[in-house]
Ligand binder design. Structure first.
Ligand SMILES: *[C@@H]1O[C@H](CO)[C@@H](O)[C@H](O)[C@H]1NC(C)=O
Ligand SMILES: *[C@@H]1O[C@H](CO)[C@@H](O)[C@H](O)[C@H]1NC(C)=O
Ligand SMILES: *[C@@H]1O[C@H](CO)[C@@H](O)[C@H](O)[C@H]1NC(C)=O
Length: 885
């Protein structure tokens, strides 16, 4: 052996983690892709090659930066799966192997050795999942022109020798009209801190490194295009401008182009994932890409912000995030910054998004140049801070796609997140040793109070104020970096998971079928978990940071459910407020909420959860079970270890240690989604913000809640009837019903009284003569055609995008109810998709006007949701993604 051992070791390391492995190009048309977690340490276990052979797959490469995870593929079967119904051959093979592995008592020798072989394979495979293409949604703003500025900014330009022509319009740096409302960076520049040596990656739709304002600060080595599998994140689609705009906010060069970035001497890399469908494994690889060099991952995207979806990252993505936290940046942890979401006008909340409510994300929502809450910015107990963005008439001014292009129409929470990233880049120049948790602690410590009279502020046990809209307040670069300079690093993280409480024998199996549970009565359901000092001490637990609350709740209308946790000190965290557009009947099948409102609080005592709904006699549910995880700082640093994420299922009661490998098999059809834009309305910057409304108005009483701080047209009209007229669709629907009913009645009486006369303008109701009232009411079971006409007419009346979305819902899977119970359309759907239920349609007519017809009312507390895996509305929301314009 000529090579010294250390060289071999270094070579091994290089191969393992230092060299960024560019993922090879995938071809989802010809192959199905899977990820296997293979345990090489198992003694009698099969090698990866043996496993591959047994499953009939080919090993492609390692899955991004995930140790022991491998991308494998199998040729697509030609005839099968064309309609997406056929079984998956690889997953079926694995199931068969599992079955064979268990047949220990087989007498035949040949079979016995087969079963040994199968066991060897099965014992090494910890995880097997087919990869599906998904489309993430940009939290992007459509454009309008901003007004101009004047003097303090001009002075600053002179002082700092800034020649960038748009600098004076970058009010988020120097605000002439509202001087307090800026990211407050100039004081940091004065210290000579400009982000040198720090790399931020824009996980987005591309990054136009050819723009003169970015070229010099672009980091090609740590960039990659995961959509087209090429090295550079070049924007290619006409609307691939989002990542470039966000990059400009962070690192636009101090030159004579556009404006300037907050950390204008830092570097930006581009990881292109939003310009087309992406599989979990590629998304996972993106979130770890170059993670020794890249410090911050800027993520202004997520599941659709439509107020209906409830969705989080898949296992591989979670795993990548934990990998980044444990191993990124030399073990100090990657900084993941997520935009809270633009769906507040749709009733959306960031606790329904598993990316923004992750303890590993710094979740950033928006305030505008007046410091007001823009109506799009999503509230929730996972919001950490706010940063400046569009609203009350102004946008964010930054770089744009194209060599010489600038944008003066950027905004949304999309633009708030990169402003925070810029500040963190400054802080990491000053203190590269900050861990991911120090970055969060500094947010909590240094956030600046805004709008002190806003009723959304609530005093926490630690004496700080917290708001679902603003988190702990506005991120202020000067305060942040000055505090960072003298910051004493926190001790390592520890956690304590409570036992799971089952209420009234509530259970949920692997198919998400729920049984039992405490019915949610008019007073709601309460349950308690007691934490003792001993528990904390035994777990080396000193100071509380995040809490997770995992719940199993069955309900016929998820949007009616409110969940709140009350700490021993009486601090309330609203985890789920009502969502008027969310009529999913899938409940909360082991959904995990997060709150940072209890940061610094003593966790010892009784934690009470309260689950309530809107007391609507037609919507019911049950609370089946819950548990909590407390995350915080260690007492004794030497005894702390890093958190290791294990694959678990969401069954209730939870299985503590899964010996059996788990497989998940998402629906077989590979989906390709059209590129959507976010739900941020075009007036996102023109509408005046507010500082007078609590995010969750009457959440602490179990009464009806009017849609939160959002100027929806129906608010005020029907605010006390919100169950009934819960959104625009309903409003139009109700008007439609009344109108058609009215016309029908009129026609009826008219005909009786003036038998011979008929006015021409009623001819538009062809079946008018003998039209039964009931068929008018429910949209006409007189025939599908009429139903459709009625629906179309209704569609034309309204420009509302949601209405358009509904027209696509025919493609939904049975049982995947969505939308806000569009009475007409649901009826139509039923006829169309469930011939078996068409016959019972008269039953629907018996329901009063205020109630959308339901398909398959769940039996008491038994509930069979459509989607077998994942939390929440999984596939459904991706369908929404494709339909959003
Ligand atoms: C902004 O930074 C300056 C120093 O440049 C500091 O004096 C001031 O307090 C900060 N502004 C706010 C509102 O905290
Ligand atoms: C990190 O940066 C170094 C030097 O620029 C480069 O050689 C290396 O490939 C980078 N590593 C990764 C993982 O991108
Ligand atoms: C729960 O189940 C157990 C055993 O199956 C039974 O003895 C008990 O009475 C049940 N409890 C309730 C509240 O239904």
């Amino acid at each position: 052996m000529r090579l010294p051992l250390s060289t071999v070791f270094v070579a091994f390391l290089l191969q393992q983690s230092v060299v960024a492995v560019a993922p090879s190009r995938r071809n989802y048309d010809t192959h199905d892709y899977y990820v296997i977690e293979h345990d090489p340490r198992s003694v009698s276990g099969a090698s990866l090659d043996d496993v591959a052979r047994s499953l009939g797959v080919e090993v492609v490469e390692r899955a991004g930066e995930l140790q022991d995870h491998w991308v494998v593929r199998a040729p697509k079967p030609r005839h099968l799966a064309a309609r997406g119904e056929a079984t998956d051959r690889v997953l079926a093979t694995f199931e068969a192997l599992k079955a064979r592995a268990e047949s220990r008592h087989d007498l035949q020798l040949a079979r016995r050795s087969e079963s040994v072989e199968a066991r060897n394979v099965v014992s090494t495979v910890k995880f097997l999942e087919r990869q599906q293409l998904r489309q993430r949604v940009k939290r992007a703003p459509p454009p309008i022109r901003p007004p101009s500025t004047t003097s303090a900014s001009a002075k600053a330009a002179e002082h700092y020798g800034i020649k960038d022509p748009l600098f004076t319009k970058q009010w988020h740096l120097v605000n002439d009209e509202e001087p307090v409302h800026t990211m407050n960076v100039t004081g940091v520049w004065d210290m000579g801190i400009t982000g040198k040596g720090v790399i931020s990656a824009l996980v987005d739709d591309g990054l136009d490194y050819r723009n003169r304002d970015l070229t010099d600060n672009f980091d090609a080595i740590d960039s990659y295009d995961f959509n087209d599998h090429t090295d550079l994140p070049t924007p290619k689609l006409f609307d691939d401008h989002h990542g470039t705009r966000c990059a400009g906010q962070i690192a636009a060069v101090k030159n004579d182009a556009c404006g300037i970035g907050i950390a204008y001497e830092s570097k930006v890399a581009g990881l292109r994932i939003l310009s087309g469908p992406i599989s979990d494994v590629d998304e996972a690889a993106a979130l770890n890409y170059g993670f020794q060099n890249t410090s911050i991952y800027s993520c202004s995207w997520g599941p659709p912000d439509n107020g209906r979806s409830m969705e989080g990252p898949g296992y591989l993505i979670d795993k990548a995030v934990v990998n980044g936290i444990n191993n990124g940046r030399g073990g100090k942890g990657s900084i993941f910054v997520f935009a809270s979401g633009n769906g507040a006008a749709h009733g959306d909340q960031c606790n329904f998004d598993g990316y923004t409510n992750s303890i590993y994300s710094v979740t950033v929502s928006a305030v505008d140049y007046k410091g007001l809450h823009p109506y799009y910015s999503e509230p929730c107990a996972a919001n950490m801070i706010v940063a400046y963005s569009s609203g009350s008439g102004k946008h964010i001014v930054t770089t744009d796609m194209g060599e010489n292009s600038c944008s003066s129409s950027h905004g949304g929470t999309s633009a708030a997140a990169p402003n925070a990233v810029g500040v963190f880049a400054l802080a990491l120049e000053a203190r590269p040793d900050l861990t991911w948790r120090d970055v969060q602690h500094l947010c909590v410590q240094t956030a600046r109070m805004i709008n002190p009279d806003d009723p959304d502020w609530d005093k926490t046990a630690s004496g700080r104020l917290y708001s679902y809209k603003y988190g702990f307040g506005a991120l202020d670069a000067y305060r942040y970096v000055t505090a960072a300079k003298d910051w004493k690093l926190v001790k390592p993280q520890v956690w304590y998971s409570t036992d799971t409480i089952q209420l009234n024998n509530g259970t949920m199996d692997e198919k998400n079928t729920m049984h039992g549970g405490e019915p949610i009565g008019p007073a709601g359901v309460k349950s308690k978990i007691t934490i003792t000092r001993d528990m904390m001490d035994q777990h080396n637990f000193e100071k509380l940071e995040h809490i997770n609350v995992k719940v199993w709740i069955q309900h016929t209308k998820r949007g009616d459910v409110e969940v709140e946790i009350i700490s021993p000190k009486g601090i309330h965290s609203v985890l789920a407020g009502t969502r008027f557009g969310d009529s999913a009947n899938t409940g909360f099948p082991g959904w995990t909420f997060m709150s940072i409102k209890h940061w610094g609080e003593d966790p010892v005592g009784d934690w009470t959860i309260r689950v309530a709904d809107q007391k609507n006699p037609r919507e019911k549910g049950a609370f089946l079970g819950w548990n909590m995880i407390f995350w915080g700082e260690a007492i004794d640093a030497s005894k702390a270890s890093k958190f290791d994420l294990k694959k678990t299922t969401n069954v209730l009661p939870p299985v503590v240690d899964l010996n059996a490998p788990s497989t998940t098999s998402p629906s077989v059809a590979t989906k390709t989604h059209a590129k959507p834009t976010a739900l941020l309305p075009t007036d996102h910057a023109t509408v005046e913000g507010e500082k007078t409304k609590p995010a969750f108005p009457v959440a602490t009483s179990a009464g009806a809640v009017s849609p939160s701080s959002t100027p929806t047209p129906d608010e005020g009209w029907f605010s006390d009837m919100s169950n009934l007229v819960s959104n625009q669709k309903w409003l139009f629907g109700a008007i439609g019903v009344v109108a058609v009913f009215g016309i029908g009645s009129l026609l009826f009486f008219w005909r009786r009284r003036v038998a011979r006369q008929r006015r021409a303008n009623y001819a538009s109701l062809p079946a008018g003569d003998d039209l039964p009232m009931s068929s008018i009411r429910d949209g006409g079971s007189a025939g599908g055609v009429r139903t459709k006409e009625l629906y179309d007419a209704f569609g034309e009346v309204s420009d509302d995008e949601d209405v358009d979305e509904e027209t696509h819902l025919q493609g939904r899977r049975p049982g995947e109810r969505s939308g806000a119970g569009l009475g007409f359309h649901s009826g139509f759907l039923d006829d169309d998709e469930h011939p078996s239920t068409a016959g019972v349609s008269p039953g629907y007519r018996d329901e009063p006007d205020d109630q959308p017809p339901r398909e398959a009312e769940p039996q008491d507390h038994e509930h069979v949701p459509p989607s077998p895996s994942g939390s929440g509305s999984g596939d459904g929301s991706w369908e929404h993604a494709s339909q959003t314009r």
